[in-house]
Design a protein around this ligand. Structure first.
Ligand SMILES: C[S@@+](CC[C@H](N)C(=O)[O-])C[C@H]1O[C@@H](n2cnc3c(N)ncnc32)[C@H](O)[C@@H]1O
Length: 662
């Protein structure tokens, strides 16, 4: 028991900070040292509200000196721009682009263009805002980086991306509207997109602007005629599915086929309304807030999490990137303007991704009041296990809330402050209090967001789940756990999709899996993990009946009694030619038909697996759905082939979500 309390504390701490990396841990340990065990247990630990806890760390003499002392020193730390690095990279990009134009063969051309793109991407990322350094490129380094990359993208056959870069080059100061070169590039971009009419119009404008000097026009016509489109990049397809029977008016993002119920021992949770079929889409929800993991800052869009190919940069920092001007706009006009200068401080502090999300709920809000009200509503509605928390835990979270609030002060979230000091105003205290609530809620309600990495060779063989971030989902937070989940969860960008992987009877729990799954982890380990991480003891069927791990499940499936209205499970018969006696309805039952059906179901699973082998994802999904629906009519889990079919269905569904190639 003692051991489990420690484990619970370790789990809880990890949802705030890393104890190995970052200065926040040291800050927390110093404060804890200064305040002493007595004060922590007898005073702080007995405080009843988040407002009192926050007020305490800023004003009680036992803690306020080390707290204010450290927070006083919070300063912007971020990856800055470097104009020289940018112009050097652009020169390299231009060099490789020219080499690609005179390459001996396609292979060499592709190689040169790839090199050029790599340099151009860095040139874009490191270039400062327009006119911030007039000594280099007349203050137009950023625009020139986008223009260089546009040429490379045209060479690669990526007309749309090239047009977007040309537009950015113009937005960032290149005098495009009078430029022959600009319209020639536009013509070539349209031409590689097979948009002949638009290419002609662009070329006509270029001709008009060029007047008698037709050198660029002739060169452009020649390039358009001889363009080699050997390497057009194919973006991965993803589909946002339709909710089964439309959206639920009570539960945002949920389908009409589910409802929210509450019991004393399980809290609130989602159940089937009038029954579900395998494949029914029960949830399709955008996060309230979601953040990318720092290790993906260089490879994924900070705003929509898509894999980057041609990054668009924030004009102030080089630490993060966007997939498009639209995502950049959405982020930089809202949350990123407050976060921009502190990105490396967040990482350096060792704070968890959940802390990022708590901060994001404020930075993305339309006003301070809106942030406070969203945060308070979440605290009110989602579970936070306040009774289970120890004084230590509250201290750690209160300090984190104070640290995040201090960053907001420094980022001028509260406007220009009268003093540089930390001492919070009334509204700043309210924000810190709401942040403390969020840090508690996020621990038990946030979801990890994953995408699927597929190989060039095969969509399923060798594919890998890659966790790219985490998010908080309003309705998604109401799904309880079972060790054998009844829905598959996957993501389209940041959108959480939950699809039934088995039929559900009316009022049957629609359960996700929080990590400990019975096929891979034994009962004791699962119980320990769920108690430690989510503060409950699981009582699902897999736990009650102590189902074996996947590799230990024998073939002997249990069948439902076939007499009307009897809900008893019967063991696989030793001798099929003989009836078995049902202990519940006391009838003699022949299971011959059930066994024959099972053989057909296993055949459906095999066909589905073959469709996966042939990379026919949708065909495989339909076959798995049919097989699974039929299985649950006649038999019950655990059944090895059915569990494998459910896992395979998840893989297929995830393949219709966001995937990427390395
Ligand atoms: C994401 S919330 C789910 C919604 C929650 N039941 C509520 O009332 O807000 C996670 C919490 O739900 C509870 N929970 C989840 N699955 C459970 C289960 N199978 N049995 C009992 N409690 C469960 C645990 O308290 C867990 O920390």
């Amino acid at each position: 028991m003692e051991h489990d309390t420690i484990y619970q504390q370790v789990c809880s701490t990890r949802t705030v900070q890393s104890d190995k990396k970052g200065f926040f841990n040291e800050f927390y340990l110093d404060v804890k040292d200064a305040c002493g065990e007595k004060w922590l247990l007898n005073y702080f630990g007995k405080l009843k509200s988040n407002a009192a806890r926050v007020l305490s760390i800023f004003s009680d003499r036992e803690v306020c000196d080390p707290v204010l002392g450290v927070l006083e020193h919070v300063q912007p730390v971020y990856k800055q721009k470097d104009v020289l690095v940018s112009s050097q990279r652009r020169a390299q990009a231009d060099k490789f682009y020219l080499l690609s134009c005179s390459a001996a063969n396609d292979e060499e051309r592709v190689e040169m263009l790839q090199q050029a793109l790599g340099h151009a991407n860095l040139a874009v990322m490191r270039a400062p805002a327009p006119h911030s350094d007039m000594a280099v490129d007349n203050g137009l380094t950023l625009a020139m980086a986008y223009r260089s990359r546009a040429s490379i993208l045209i060479g690669m056959g990526e007309g749309e991306a090239a047009l977007s870069d040309l537009k950015l080059a113009a937005n960032f100061g290149l005098e495009s509207k009078q430029s022959v070169d600009y319209y020639c590039k536009m013509a070539r971009a349209y031409s590689v997109m097979n948009e002949g009419a638009r290419a002609d119009i662009s070329l006509k404008i270029a001709e008009k602007l060029a007047g008698s000097d037709t050198t660029l026009i002739i060169a452009c016509r020649k390039e358009m005629a001889t363009a080699k489109l050997t390497m057009r990049h194919q973006p991965e397809q993803e589909v946002v599915p339709q909710l089964t029977h439309g959206e639920n008016s009570d539960l945002t993002g949920a389908a009409n086929v589910v409802k929210l119920v509450e019991t004393k021992d399980k809290g609130r949770f989602i159940v089937a309304n009038e029954g579900l079929r395998t494949g029914d889409v029960v949830l399709c929800e955008n996060p309230v807030a979601a953040c990318l993991l720092p290790s993906f800052f260089g490879t994924n869009c900070h705003n929509c999490f898509k894999r980057l190919r041609t990054p668009v940069a924030c004009i102030h920092c080089s630490g993060i990137a966007f997939c498009s001007a639209q995502c950049m706009g959405e982020a930089c006009e809202t949350y990123h303007r407050f976060e921009c200068q502190f990105m490396d401080l967040f990482i350096g502090s060792g704070m968890s991704i959940l802390c990022f999300i708590a901060l994001r709920i404020f930075t993305q809000a339309s006003s301070i009041e809106d942030g406070i009200s969203t945060a308070n509503l979440l605290f009110e509605h989602l579970c936070s296990h306040q009774d289970e928390r120890k004084p230590d835990d509250y201290l750690q979270r209160a300090l984190m809330a104070g640290f995040l609030m201090r960053i907001l002060q420094k980022a001028q979230y509260f406007g220009r402050r009268k003093t540089e000091g930390v001492n919070p105003t009334a509204v700043e205290l309210q924000v810190a209090t709401a942040l403390l609530g969020l840090l508690q809620v996020l621990q038990f309600n946030a979801h990890e967001i994953y995408h699927t990495m597929v190989t060039d060779e095969h969509r399923f063989e060798g594919n890998k789940v890659v966790y790219v971030g985490a998010g908080l989902f309003g309705t998604g937070s109401y799904f309880n756990h079972e060790c054998c989940p009844t829905v598959a969860g996957y993501y389209v960008g940041k959108k959480l999709i939950l699809t039934a992987t088995r039929p559900h009877r009316p009022n049957e729990v629609v359960a996700v899996n929080y990590g400990p799954i019975f096929t891979k982890m034994n009962l004791k380990e699962r119980q320990r993990s769920l108690r430690g991480r989510y503060a409950f003891s699981c009582n699902c069927m897999a736990c009650q009946e102590n189902w074996p791990l996947l590799q230990k499940i024998d073939k002997q499936v249990r069948f439902w009694c076939t007499s009307a209205n009897c809900v008893n499970l019967l063991k696989f018969p030793k001798d099929l030619s003989k009836d078995v006696r049902c202990a519940r309805c006391r009838k003699n039952i022949s299971l011959k038909e059930s066994v024959a059906k099972l053989i057909k179901i296993e055949e459906l699973y095999r066909e589905a697996a073959q469709a996966m082998q042939s990379q026919k994802t949708n065909e495989a999904i339909e076959l798995f759905k049919e097989g699974l629906d039929q299985f649950f009519l006649i038999a019950s889990l655990p059944h090895k082939d059915t569990l494998i079919a459910q896992q395979s269905l998840l893989k297929c569904l995830a393949d219709t979500g966001t995937t990427f190639k390395k």
